[in-house]
Write a protein that binds this ligand. Structure first.
Ligand code: MN
Length: 229
């Protein structure tokens, strides 16, 4: 069928050192996955099951770009996160399936309208407007998994105007990458093009126009973004 208007193609993420890209389909995000961050937002640490929210692929912003400060917020927070890119279909996965299931990893920023999220939490309402807006999923170049010696040993850091603002270890995750993929694949079939943002360590804070954000995870390509009016 001929569409009544032409739509934009899904975004494509650059892959470090390659001349091909990774077309993005869905973006899943894990909430409350580092204990100290759970506590800094006044929540309880629970090791039961991960929980998820999503961002549209069209909310994606690449590295070396400007993020226009979004409307309807006075408290835009950065959350530095490890992003996992899926390589193979995964449904009700077992540990054996996971071995070849990850295409690569990237640095990500789960940008959050914290003021709207706090209201939504109090009222038991959905998080969409606090989590999924234009440019809210900032994701850098993907580094292929085979080029990353052991992501579990990596540090993740967020520099706000060249000052270290968040610093955590992947090993501090409450639910590991494997545990997340095993669990998430019970709910939906993950397929190539799907990304998972795996939660943020402590130190989240507000940004303003003019700020420079740099995210680093050992072994991965750095992510850089500037906030503009
Ligand atoms: Mn997050």
């Amino acid at each position: 069928m001929k569409p009544v208007f032409s739509t934009s193609e899904p975004p494509i993420l650059k892959v470090t050192g390659r001349n091909y890209g990774y077309p993005v389909r869905r973006i899943f995000c894990v909430g409350r996955n580092y204990a100290e961050h759970v506590l800094e937002l006044g929540n309880k640490v629970e090791k039961k099951q991960p929980f998820y929210f999503t961002k549209s692929a069209f909310s994606l912003l690449g590295s070396e770009k400007n993020l226009t400060y979004p409307p309807m917020t006075n408290e835009l927070h950065h959350e530095v996160e490890l992003v996992v890119a899926i390589a193979k279909p995964l449904q009700k996965a077992n540990r054996e399936d996971l071995k070849v299931s990850i295409f690569g990893y990237a640095c990500g920023l789960d940008m959050t309208r914290r003021d709207l999220q706090s209201i939504a939490k109090k009222q038991g309402k959905p998080w969409d407007m606090s989590k999924d807006f234009d440019g809210s999923a900032i994701i850098g170049k993907i580094t292929e998994a085979k080029k990353v010696p052991d992501i579990r040993k990596a540090n993740l850091k967020l520099f706000l105007n060249n000052r270290l603002q968040q610093h955590g270890q992947i090993s501090d995750m409450i639910h590991s990458v494997d545990e997340i993929l095993l669990d998430l694949s019970k709910y939906t079939q993950l397929i190539p093009g799907d990304l998972v943002m795996t939660g943020t360590p402590a130190g989240v804070s507000a940004v303003k126009p003019g700020d420079l954000l740099v995210a680093q995870i050992d072994g991965l390509t750095e992510l850089k973004v500037k906030i503009t009016e």
